[in-house]
Design a protein around this ligand. Structure first.
Ligand SMILES: [Zn+2]
Length: 343
């Protein structure tokens, strides 16, 4: 009896396998099943009547299995779509993370990168905006830090030659006085000239420094006047007149009389001023090529320093020192420049 049940179970299995196995129709698979079913063949006829309902149930199950397979396939397909979506989402997230990381990296790089060149018109003679920083304050002022033809210098070892006389063509002129925050500047009306080395330069303005910026053999003077000239091509020539303590100086007094009350103010008096009065009696001078001594420290400036100082009274010196106790750029490297000096 146990054997019979086993055989029936085997037949069920065969029937089910035949219905569900998609390979059942294949010749190889069919022969395999045929071989496996062979021992049951002789028994099937004797049990056939009782097997009919069971076979119908098996067919039903096969149908259900088919539906299940179908559903599984659909689920698998759906899962595949979901998985694909998941992969796509993960890839998108990874890409976003990568972009964010790159952005962060760029921001970090920007944070450590040197700041763009600082632009300011603020400079002074002391502290953070003092002469050592001028070249870094404004990108247009790099010569102040990196130039090799800068002024002032300590003038020594001049080559003694017969320098041609500077021809002065100054005349009484109207003027205005400005306290520009760095010095007292006197602008003179057009028509004042010097001629030297076959070039004619027109006087634009003169101003004062305390102590003198230039030194002669290491010696500085109490003050200096710089007379700034420009020729038709824009080339600059500066005449320096050193001031020492002595008797009162008329032109300086005329300027002091018209000092503005506030910084950056300008006074334009009705009187005239003769710049000839500022010049020393002897016109011997020392000459070399240098620069402006204030930002932007432009080079290519012809300097002529009068060897004989001019006197100004202690009271006149004191007036300027109240406004500007120190407005002199330190001496710069002469860098083997040729210095020529009147005999
Ligand atoms: Zn100057």
């Amino acid at each position: 009896m146990r054997n019979l049940i086993a055989l029936i179970a085997c037949c069920f299995a065969m029937a089910t396998a035949g219905a569900t196995d998609p390979h059942a129709a294949a010749p190889g698979a069919a022969s395999e099943h045929a071989a496996a079913a062979e021992p049951a063949k002789s028994i099937i006829p004797s049990i056939k009547p009782s097997l009919v309902p069971s076979l119908a149930a098996a067919a039903q199950r096969a149908k259900e299995d088919d539906a299940e397979v179908d559903l599984s396939a659909k689920i698998a397909a759906r899962l595949a779509v979901m998985r694909a979506n998941q992969v796509a989402r993960a890839a998108a997230a990874a890409k976003a993370r990568k972009i964010a990381a790159l952005k962060k990296q760029q921001q970090a790089a920007a944070a450590v990168a040197p700041p763009p060149p600082f632009h300011s018109d603020t400079w002074s003679y002391e502290g953070e905006t003092g002469p050592a920083a001028w070249g870094k304050i404004n990108s247009a002022w790099t010569k102040c830090g990196a130039g090799n033809r800068q002024s002032p210098i300590d003038i020594r070892d001049g080559i003694k030659v017969e320098l041609e006389q500077i021809v002065f063509d100054y005349k009484p002129s109207s003027f205005s006085v400005t306290d520009n925050g760095h010095t007292v500047e006197v602008d003179v009306s057009p028509g004042n000239y010097i001629t030297v080395q076959n070039r004619t330069y027109e006087l634009i303005q003169f101003h004062f420094h305390r102590p003198s910026e230039e030194r002669i053999n290491g010696k500085s003077f109490e003050m200096v006047v710089h007379l700034v000239h420009r020729d038709a091509e824009g080339k600059l020539a500066v005449i320096a007149v050193l001031l020492e303590r002595g008797k009162a100086q008329e032109t300086i007094q005329a300027v002091w009389n018209n000092l503005p009350l506030e910084k950056h103010d300008t006074v334009s008096p009705s009187v005239v001023l003769d710049v000839n009065d500022l010049l020393p009696e002897r016109r011997d001078y020392i000459t070399y090529m240098g620069s402006l001594t204030t930002p932007p420290c432009t080079e290519g400036v012809l300097w002529m320093v009068m060897k004989q100082p001019v006197q100004a009274s202690p009271a006149q010196m004191a007036v300027f020192s109240r406004l500007y106790p120190l407005n002199a750029r330190p001496v710069q490297a002469s860098g083997g420049r040729v210095i020529k000096e009147s005999n």
